[in-house]
Design a protein around this ligand. Structure first.
Ligand SMILES: Nc1ncnc2c1ncn2[C@@H]1O[C@H](COP(=O)(O)OP(=O)(O)OP(=O)(O)O)[C@@H](O)[C@H]1O
Ligand SMILES: [Mg+2]
Length: 389
């Protein structure tokens, strides 16, 4: 048997695939469905704010519910218009102009990519809304990215839209995996956006197992998955934070590794390899996308950790960092900014920091590298290539 017989439909394990069933989200589906149901009678539903960690099914569930609503609506001769925007998408939601132009476009009005006064773009969008009968459900996925890029003024306008428009009824569904952005949000925007609030909990290992079993049936041929493989993928993903995307990725990569080795079965060993591969790709990618100053900082920490396996003191890091900046010919950041960057590297799990007491010298923060083995080698090679010091 050759490797071709492992996968039946590999596409079903990628993010592009939308499953027909959504196990373990009945409660969320019913709740969102219930909140949006008035749209079927032509009444405006409350706005909803959906929050939950990454991979907890927010996007999937929302799309599932609005698609079902649209189906019921069309069999009842009612119109429901759904405008879905992923605000992380480049060239769509990075300026107010672009977003409103994009929304107008979804409603069938063409707006030039640049050039019009913003007022004019709004006018076209409002006119397009006026022409629509029935409720318009505006789904703003990754809404934190929108606020970060264009501020909350735009959302204020959107939440007030129904006062300016006679014919149409707009409901906003905001989705985010990051709650902290609401802290700085205008209180009025925040409260009208979250008429209804919903939190998606992380999946546990048993739930992830069910999700994987359903998907594996579609993705793989019969009898190619060894006992324990699905459980292992589920357990690893549950350990992290109940992330279905990670669970599916582990299974897909394990399958690809087995395929590459021309194996007839996917084993637990493949899952272990998949885990290291995903982590490796993830961390190396994270390092590559850091700002230059952060990379110099990390290079500094790597150099110090090669000298001693003990904890590294932030004071030593700063001194060597300044020296390296001099060598490279770049202006060093202040100690305060470096502290921020250290905290960021900690968040990315590239380093661990800990505050310790040094007796009469007071308290200080110490650093230890959190990467080892293959990841360490890759990161180290990359930084050596970047900075020839
Ligand atoms: N209950 C489920 N049943 C089947 N597949 C699921 C389920 N929940 C999530 N998935 C799958 O897991 C992946 C992640 O789900 P989704 O994109 O909805 O997460 P999210 O909460 O929107 O994450 P993020 O905050 O990162 O955008 C998708 O491929 C989705 O199809
Ligand atoms: Mg999502």
């Amino acid at each position: 048997m050759n490797s071709k017989t492992l996968f039946k439909d590999k596409n079903s394990l990628t993010i592009r695939y939308t499953p027909d069933t959504v196990p373990h989200r009945e409660e969320q589906i019913n709740m969102i469905g219930g909140i949006l149901a008035p749209a079927l009678k032509g009444d405006r539903p409350s706005n909803i704010f959906i929050y939950g960690m990454t991979g907890t099914g927010k996007t999937l569930v929302t799309q599932y519910v609005v698609n079902q609503l649209k189906e019921i609506a069309s069999s009842n001769n009612v119109t429901i218009n759904v405008l879905y925007v992923n605000c992380k998408m480049k060239r769509v939601a990075d300026t107010e102009y672009r977003l409103i132009a994009y929304l107008a476009g979804l409603l069938g009005k063409k707006v030039p990519a640049t050039g019009l006064p913003t007022d004019q773009v709004y006018k076209i969008f409002f006119e397009a809304l006026e022409e629509k009968t029935g409720v318009v459900i505006l789904v703003l996925d990754e809404i934190d990215a929108l606020i970060e890029k264009v501020g909350d003024e735009l959302l204020y306008t959107l939440t007030r839209i129904n006062q300016d428009i006679d014919n149409s009824k707009v409901t906003i569904v905001g989705i985010s995996n990051n709650l902290s952005f609401t802290e700085n949000m205008d209180a009025r925007v925040k409260s009208s956006l979250s008429d209804e609030e919903m939190i998606f909990p992380p999946y546990n290992a048993l739930q992830l197992k069910d999700i994987l079993l359903e998907r594996a049936d579609i993705a793989f041929n019969e009898d190619v998955i060894e006992d324990g493989v699905i459980q292992k993928c589920a357990a690893l993903a549950a350990q992290e934070h109940g992330d279905a995307r990670r669970a599916l990725n582990l299974l897909r990569v394990a399958g690809e590794l087995a395929e590459r080795q021309n194996m007839t079965k996917i084993t637990i060993g493949h899952v272990d390899c998949a885990e290291s591969k995903i982590d490796l790709d993830h961390i190396v990618e994270a390092v590559k996308t850091q700002p230059k100053q952060s990379k110099i900082l990390l290079k500094t920490i790597l150099m110090l950790s090669e000298k001693s396996s003990e904890y590294i003191f932030t004071g030593d890091v700063f001194d060597l960092y300044v020296t390296l900046c001099d060598k490279i010919g770049i202006k060093p950041l202040t100690q305060r900014r470096i502290s921020d960057l250290i905290a960021e590297l900690d968040m990315l799990s590239i380093i661990n920091t800990k505050v310790i007491s040094r007796g009469r010298h007071g308290r200080t923060r110490t650093i230890r590298l959190a990467i080892s083995g293959k990841v360490y080698t890759k990161v180290s090679e990359y930084l050596n290539n970047e900075f020839n010091i």
